[in-house]
Design a protein around this ligand. Structure first.
Ligand code: FAD
Ligand code: DHB
Length: 395
């Protein structure tokens, strides 16, 4: 089996890239190690930046996103029992959209299958041979070995995938930072406390109050990284969410049935370079941000846009320069998102018992609450910096 681009992984990076290549007339095969149902129900991110939404529209797969996505002007910030609204729309224009990652994945999978594009589930790539004339992938497809050759390989296989290990060690510079905390996330049948998402900085740690619809909330608690999910009863989760979000100016948090819970450790990671020969890394395969600020999914999509443009230029005009510059083109935007997520993470979480740290964090929170200049600077990144390139090469 031969294809122009072999795409490893059917997450947001792999599926958006597949759609962009299809629209440019470039063939691809998507290989996903999990079953369809698993990737369509995996609960993860939910906040889409403006450039991400614009791209999904441009790709013609936004019908449900346009109907069901919730348009938000900014977010709420609560500390010292007081609530502040950061209205980025008023200050700089634009919106963020709340639409669950697995819904976007469902839309992209349905589109891929209905347009006849190859997408194989239960297909695990185990090795990539990267030679000067082509790439060769070894695949375990439901127990049957398969070999695929391709002009290029897009490693969209997440942080624990196989692709990154195929960048030679001597070319790889890894930047990694771990945190002593994780996010305990829940989905619950309750109405949101605030009309847009809210971050609450409390001495016990951060709580985040987001939503998936008028009667479903997505909420997170900062917990120690070695937490066992079974150690928390539903009642303890609600009690702690209520303590951290208590205020003097808004009603108390509503409680309801918790129907999904998960744990996600916080990590910052970037690998430089993101490419070697015919192999390109996208999304979580190349970088991880802590969830604070909701950048992970959006970065995956912007990498896909950059690679799609570069492949378009190669196949339409024989121009390899954009492929050669792929990593250099992606990295500045990735580092800006890293810096944003790190600033939000270190300001909103309780990461030490040192009272000086809390005073410094409080001073920064105070500036975010009182200064429109600070809010505009935050809003520019929160709503989404422009993607480095358009997804389509037009010559
Ligand atoms: P992924 O979505 O991870 O997709 C990679 C795909 O590759 C997977 O489907 C995997 O099964 C497949 N794969 C792996 N190895 C192979 C192989 N060898 N062969 C074939 N297929 C393979 N971001 C936020 O912004 N906000 C959040 O609240 C948030 N919460 C998160 C919670 C969790 C538990 C996790 C893990 C991530 C969260 N993220 C969040 C991050 C965000 O979801 C990711 O940044 C986003 O999924 C990245 O997309 P991707 O396409 O790069 O990778
Ligand atoms: C959500 C996720 C985030 O990472 C965040 O910072 C805010 C909200 C969410 O899942 O809705």
């Amino acid at each position: 089996m031969h294809t122009q681009v072999a795409i490893i992984g059917a997450g947001p990076a792999g599926l958006t890239l597949a759609r962009m290549l299809h629209l440019q007339g470039i063939s691809s095969i998507v290989l996903e190690s999990r079953e369809r149902e698993y990737i369509e129900t995996r609960t993860r991110a939910g906040v889409l930046e403006q450039p991400t939404v614009a791209l999904v529209r441009d790709l013609g797969v936004s019908d449900r996103l346009d109907r069901e996505g919730m348009s938000h002007n900014g977010f709420y910030l609560r500390f010292d029992r007081t609530t502040h609204h950061l209205d980025f729309h008023r200050l700089i224009g634009g919106h963020a959209t709340v639409y669950a990652q697995q819904e976007l994945v469902k839309d992209l999978v349905a589109d891929r299958l209905s347009s006849g594009g190859p997408l194989h589930f239960d297909a695990t790539v185990t090795a990539i041979e990267n030679t000067s004339d082509r790439a060769r992938l070894t695949v375990d497809h439901a127990g049957t070995p398969l070999e695929i050759t391709a002009d290029f390989v897009a490693g969209c296989d997440g942080f624990h995938g196989v692709s990154r290990a195929h960048i030679p060690g001597e070319l790889l510079r890894e930047h990694s930072r771990t945190y002593p905390v994780a996010w305990l996330g829940i989905l619950a049948r309750t109405a949101p406390t605030t009309p847009e998402g809210m971050y609450c900085a409390h001495e016990n740690g951060l709580s985040v109050h987001s939503m998936r619809g008028p009667n479903i909330t997505r909420q997170y608690l900062q917990v120690p990284v070695d937490t066992d999910l079974d150690d928390w009863s539903d009642e303890q989760i609600w009690d702690e969410l209520a303590v951290r979000s208590a205020s003097d100016d808004q009603p108390e948090l509503e409680r309801g049935e918790i129907f999904d819970r998960s744990l996600a450790p916080l990590r910052s990671y970037v690998c430089e370079t993101m490419q070697h020969g015919r192999l390109f890394l996208l999304g979580d395969a190349a970088h991880i941000v802590p969830p604070t600020g909701a950048k992970g999914l959006n970065l995956a999509v912007s990498d896909a846009s950059t690679l799609s443009f570069a492949l378009g230029a190669f196949y339409a005009a024989g121009d390899r320069s954009h492929l050669d510059n792929y990593s250099a083109t992606c990295l500045p935007r990735i580092w800006k998102a890293q810096q944003f997520s790190w600033t939000l993470t270190t300001t909103l979480h309780a990461l030490s018992d040192d009272p000086t740290d809390w005073q410094l964090r409080r001073a920064r929170l105070g500036r975010w609450a009182e200064s429109e200049a600070e809010q505009s600077a935050l809003g520019e990144v929160y709503l989404g910096l422009p993607f480095p390139t358009p997804w389509r090469f037009t010559g």
